[in-house]
Structures are given as structure tokens and as C-alpha cells.
Ligand binder design. Structure first.
Ligand code: SF4
Length: 382
């Protein structure tokens, strides 16, 4: 029997920004109703669940434009979920809208919020307002406001593209220097193609970030970097797909069109994606799911779909469901080499993290303390 421990509410496609890499369809404005939400949550709570918690996730559009839906769904979920712990996943907001009411609600409900900012003003230049104009100053101001009110910085979600990848380390360091020590650098897909040379730059920047992570951890300075946190101190054999926060194939996602999908990419304009990833709908106030289709989609394996050179990498199984590495925005598949390049970003960077921890563990056990000799020269002044 299928076990469901998390679901996602795609609140609406409304957003005041127009990011160059955004794949969310904005053709018709669509917004979930409170009725759809309560039907879906009630259905979720009746499903088989093998974990000791149930999780509710959100996606948009800009979730803070739908504050009333957040204010309705989160307490409703918590009240109704009586037999398990309730978990609300980090809410991804674009950082341009932040009122006292949003801050108070986030604090009262103990919510984790991630604000999107791709780095300094230049690296964030692809995130313009729909009406035109740069978003950097407004987001920067709201990041400070959020930190003051909550007493700790929000997670900063950075979308990495071939355009800004060369400054990735500098951008992470810039955020740390300003006290934003919780970051999530996330490579963009769908509208973005990664050439081998861009992947090499990414991996080089990632290695520098990893060194910085190790140093700050060793000095007991605050630092949180997803997905390094997920990998740090885990053995390769203990890793699972969930460590990388993708609910593909296992997490029903409710869309305002009344359909239930199994991959975030169905929120794009492409009918192909919608048909491929639709597993059910709300009909006559009840949820209908094709569990057989859901199970088949969950079994997807990119390495059997394509004959890829990285198929024998030891970490390949935990990234095997990353269908998103293989598609273009026009519904077609990337060529084999582009898919391999995109996967290399995950496989090789994760490998660096696991190996670095092993090396460090050895050093620690030899010296019983962190030594500044571990710090590479280019990081000594950081
Ligand atoms: S903030 Fe998010 S939803 Fe809005 S345009 Fe940018 S990527 Fe799309």
C-alpha cells in the first residue's frame, strides 16, 4: 500500500516578479480555494503514513501574496493531524513582500521561511519586477527586517545559473559577511542548459564553499548550507532521496485547476508535463488518485531511461529520480551530454562533501582538534 507522509499546496501562480529562469505558468491567474485545501488535507490525513510525522509543503507563485491561505491551511492541518507530528516545510518566498502580519504569523506558527536572493546586485539582476525595476534593495531590506523580528536570519535561497555561477562563492561569502549564514545554492534546470565548462566552474565554486563550511563549523561559527548539511556526517549508504527535498513520485501536489500532480514541473505551461505527472483530481468534493500511475512514476530511473556515463557513480541511485535534469522547457529531451553534465553537478559535489568529511574525521582523530593548517591560503582571511 502506498504510504504518503507529505503533500504540497501550489497556492497560486500569482507573483510580482518575473525571474528569467521561472518555469511557473502565469497564463491564467489561478488560486486554490479554502474548500479545495480542506478537502485535500482531510484526504491526506486518512492515508497510510509510515513515518511518525506528516508534512505540509507550499509552492507558488509568491506564497506571501496568499497569506490568507497560509493562515487557514497551517492551523487547520495542525489541528486535524492528531495522531502524528506536524511538519511544515520551509516556505519559499521571493522577499519583496513582508508585512508585520506576515512576520507575526511566521513567528506564532514557528515557520521556517526561505527568501530568494541570487547574490549581490549583479548576480540577482535576473529577478526583475513584472512592471520593471530591480528587486535587490527591497529584498535586502526585508531580509534585515525578517532577521530583526525573528532573532535569526532566514534561509537565503540562491538560484545558480550559468550566468551567475562564476561568482557563487563570492556571493555566499558576501551573505555570510552580512550575517546571513543559512544559504541554499540551488542550480536551475528546465529553462537552463549546463555546458561542461559551466559545470566545471560550478564544481570549483562548490569546493570553495565547502572549505568555508568546514572552517566555520570547525571554529563553531554558525553556518547552514543545504544540501551540505544533509550530507555532512551521513554515510553514503545512509543517504536517501528525501535528503535532497524532492518529493517526485511520492508527494501529491494540489494545483488550483483541481488536479493533483506528482512533480513540480507540471506547474509549467507545458500540457505534456501536466498529462505526464497528473495522478488524480478533486471531483465532487472528494479526492481521486490513480495509485498505480503514482507508483509507476515513482519507479522512474533516469539512468535506465538514458544510457548515461555517470550511471555507475556510487551516488547515482539517490539522484536517479531527477527527471528534471533531462527536459527542456519546450517539452523535448536534452541531449545525453547535457543530462550527464547536469547530473555531474549533484553527483560530484555530493561526493566532495562525503569525502571531505571522511578526511576531516581522520585529521580530527589524529590531532584531536581543528588545525588552521587545514585552511587553504585563499580562505585564510575569510
Ligand atoms: S519569484 Fe518565484 S514564482 Fe516569482 S517569478 Fe521568480 S521564480 Fe517565478
Amino acid at each position: 500500500m502506498v504510504s504518503i507522509n507529505k503533500v504540497l499546496l501550489f497556492l497560486s501562480n500569482r507573483c510580482n516578479l518575473s525571474c528569467s529562469y521561472c518555469f511557473v505558468s502565469t497564463k491564467d491567474e489561478a488560486r486554490l480555494s479554502t474548500k479545495q485545501i480542506s478537502i485535500f488535507i482531510k484526504w491526506f490525513l486518512e492515508q497510510n503514513c509510515h513515518t511518525d510525522y506528516r508534512e505540509l509543503d507550499f509552492f507558488g507563485g509568491e506564497p506571501f501574496l496568499e497569506l490568507d491561505l497560509l493562515q487557514m491551511s497551517i492551523p487547520f492541518f495542525r489541528e486535524q493531524n492528531r495522531d502524528k507530528k506536524s511538519q511544515i516545510h520551509t516556505i519559499p518566498v521571493n522577499g519583496t513582500i513582508l508585512t508585520e502580519e506576515m512576520l507575526r504569523f511566521s513567528k506564532e506558527q514557528n515557520l521556517s521561511v526561505s527568501i530568494s536572493l541570487d547574490g549581490d546586485r549583479t548576480s540577482n539582476a535576473g529577478r526583475k519586477f513584472k512592471q520593471g525595476g530591480d528587486s535587490f534593495d527591497i529584498i535586502w531590506g526585508n531580509m534585515q527586517k525578517f532577521r530583526e523580528f525573528m532573532g535569526c536570519p532566514p534561509q537565503i535561497k540562491m538560484t545558480v545559473t550559468p550566468d551567475n555561477v562564476k561568482d557563487l562563492f563570492a556571493n555566499v561569502n558576501f551573505l555570510f559577511e552580512e550575517g546571513f549564514y543559512n544559504v541554499y545554492p540551488n542550480p536551475a534546470h528546465i529553462k537552463v542548459k549546463w555546458a561542461k565548462s559551466d559545470v566545471d566552474v560550478y564544481l570549483n565554486e562548490f569546493k570553495k564553499i565547502l572549505q568555508l563550511y568546514i572552517i566555520r563549523r570547525s571554529r563553531k561559527q554558525p553556518i547552514e548550507i543545504a544540501p551540505i548539511d544533509a550530507l555532512w556526517r551521513k554515510k553514503a549508504e545512509d543517504l536517501v532521496m528525501e535528503d535532497f527535498s524532492c518529493g517526485y513520485g511520492t508527494q501529491p501536489m494540489l494545483h488550483p485547476d483541481g488536479n493533483i500532480y506528482i512533480c513540480e514541473h507540471s506547474f509549467s505551461e507545458q500540457k505534456y508535463w501536466k498529462d505526464l505527472f497528473c495522478v488524480g483530481s478533486i471531483v465532487n468534493d472528494s479526492v481521486h488518485i490513480d495509485f498505480e500511475k503514482m507508483r509507476k512514476l515513482a519507479d522512474y530511473n533516469i539512468f535506465t531511461q538514458f544510457d548515461l556515463r555517470n550511471k555507475n557513480h556510487p551516488l547515482a541511485p539517490i539522484f536517479s529520480k531527477m527527471a528534471c535534469c533531462s527536459f527542456t522547457e519546450n517539452n523535448t529531451f536534452l541531449n545525453k551530454e547535457d543530462i550527464e553534465n547536469a547530473l555531474d553537478m549533484y553527483l560530484l559535489s555530493s561526493d566532495y562533501v562525503l569525502k571531505s568529511y571522511e578526511r576531516l574525521k581522520q585529521k580530527y582523530s589524529e590531532n584531536n582538534d581543528f588545525s588552521d593548517d587545514l585552511i587553504p591560503p585563499f580562505l585564510r582571511s575569510v
